[in-house]
Design a protein around this ligand. Structure first.
Ligand code: NAI
Length: 462
């Protein structure tokens, strides 16, 4: 039996970051992971592989649509799907090996296998029981399907199966117009699939600032994605090679059936805590199966903490990382803290969509007096040079104090640009602080400055 200061269960972005931070703070640390490689869903079958396919398919789109305009003549490349998948696997491999290296460097023991907690202070992995003064549960989440929809990961797939299809499907039906559906729908559209997205609500990307959501839907439609909104999927009938998706339209209750070669079920994820023994231990959970924690990530059982997708809040890798970081600091006796008001969210389509803080709808609901500063990428020289004039930056600031309350960007590299606003918000900055900061020319970041200027006397280039 080995004994540790901390055992982390799960080596996803929440778990591995927590383990590294614990070790850096001088705690003897182990991390339990059953998967053959470290990095969890995000690195193995989520964020990282999908970004590889988004990048590759975007390059194809650039070659098909924009190369000739720039004087780059010649046949557009064709898709070698096997090679694209092996490039994606190579990217995964580089990243997962990187974490293995970091574990070694920080002297973290990787306990290979499924972990469970037979009693507080003990973690069982295989036949071995290890002692741990502190346990951090970072067991993540899994795709949640719909009643009447059976996943086989070949014809009816979650994001996991969608990242390793045997071939590019002719017809792809996506259930759910959330982040996963739109990112992977975009990949396959660019690779030549007919893509139809069926969404229960009347708008795509629930929770997103409505103005951005509308422009986003219009942009994706222009790229060829079809949307059926206000449609509740009733079930999927699948054979080994085809599927039929039946949905009911909310406005007239009519039922419609769509044919598909592949159906991607992207209707959300749920906390994954199976097999940990939490019920037997008496760990308090919410009625949605999520682990309850206090502001220090502590469960109701002394010495057991939880972070990431298995506790409440947005299911985002970087939220889990921040919680892992803070939880480690708290266990080490420091003052770890996560500012949930400044957690960016990004959709890595083209254009990208990024947000932080409040949406206009939330501010209205809260009765806040606010002002809007907006700037279109059409007025940004750099964006025009890369055929990315569509989209805008929108900053929401308090009407009286000018303090930034939120920002929403649809446009080129929105996922990078949003961080300027995140830093500004962390420092409680006013829009004028961003507006008075010198921004290099010509950069896309100038659009952020112009939106900040639009909160005051007005932008220069519109
Ligand atoms: P989601 O919660 O973002 O979207 C699910 C969509 O499915 C919703 O719009 C919902 O209305 C719709 N839906 C539910 N039942 C339906 C039905 N019967 N018929 C039609 N539509 C239905 O979930 P998604 O896209 O699966 O993502 C899961 C989680 O993973 C999210 O929390 C997301 O934040 C996270 N994620 C984040 C990424 C990023 O930050 N870039 C990338 C991938 C995932």
């Amino acid at each position: 039996m080995s004994s540790y200061d901390v055992i982390v269960i799960g080596a996803g972005p929440g778990g591995y970051v927590a383990a590294i931070r614990c070790a850096q703070l001088g705690l003897k640390t182990a991390c339990v992971e059953a998967r053959e490689t470290l990095g969890g869903t995000c690195l193995n079958v989520g964020c990282i592989p999908s970004k590889a396919l988004l990048h590759a398919s975007h390059q194809l789109h650039e070659a098909e649509d924009n190369f000739a305009k720039m004087g780059l003549k010649g046949k557009a490349p064709s898709v070698d799907w096997k090679q694209m998948l092996s490039y994606k696997d190579d990217v995964i491999g580089q990243n997962t090996k990187g974490i293995e290296f970091l574990f070694k460097k920080n002297k973290i023991d990787w306990l290979k296998g499924w972990g469970s907690i037979p009693e507080a202070g003990k973690v069982k992995v295989g036949d071995e029981v290890h002692e741990a003064k502190n346990i951090i549960i970072a067991s993540g989440s899994e795709a949640s399907s719909l009643p009447g929809v059976e996943i086989d990961e070949k014809v009816v797939v979650t994001s996991t199966g969608a990242l390793e299809l045997g071939k590019v499907p002719k017809k792809l039906v996506v259930i759910g117009a959330g982040v996963i559906g739109l990112e992977l729908g975009s990949v396959y559209k660019r690779l030549g699939s007919e893509v139809t997205v069926v969404e229960y609500l009347d708008a795509i990307t629930p929770g997103m600032d409505a103005e951005v959501s509308k422009v986003f839907q219009r942009t994706l439609k222009k790229q060829g994605l079809e949307f059926i909104l206000g449609a509740a999927v009733q079930g999927v009938d699948a054979t080994k090679t085809k599927a039929k998706v039946t949905y009911k339209l909310k406005n007239d209750d009519s039922e419609v059936t769509l044919d598909a070669d592949v159906v991607l079920v992207a209707t959300g994820r749920r906390a994954f805590t199976d097999g940990l023994g939490l019920k037997e231990l008496g760990v308090e959970m919410t009625d949605r199966g999520v682990v309850k924690t206090d502001s220090h990530f502590a469960t109701n059982i002394k010495g057991i903490y939880a972070i990431g997708d298995c506790i409440p809040g947005p299911m985002l890798a970087h939220k889990a990382e921040d919680e892992g970081f803070a939880c480690a600091e708290i266990i080490a006796g420091q003052a770890g803290h996560v500012n949930y008001g400044v957690i960016p969210s990004v959709i890595y389509t083209w254009p990208e969509v990024a947000a932080v803080g409040a949406s206009e709808e939330q501010l209205k609901q809260d009765g806040r007096a606010y002002k809007v500063g907006k700037f279109s990428f059409m007025g940004n020289g750099r964006a025009k040079a890369i055929f990315a004039g569509d989209g805008f930056v929108k900053i929401l600031a308090d009407k009286e104090s000018d303090r930034i309350l939120g920002a929403h960007i649809i446009g080129p590299q929105a996922g990078e640009l949003i961080h300027e606003i995140c830093v500004a918000m962390e420092f409680g900055a006013a829009a004028e602080d961003v507006a008075r900061t010198c921004h290099a020319h010509p950069t896309l970041s100038e659009a952020v400055r112009e939106a900040a200027l639009a909160c005051g006397d007005g932008p220069i280039h519109s």
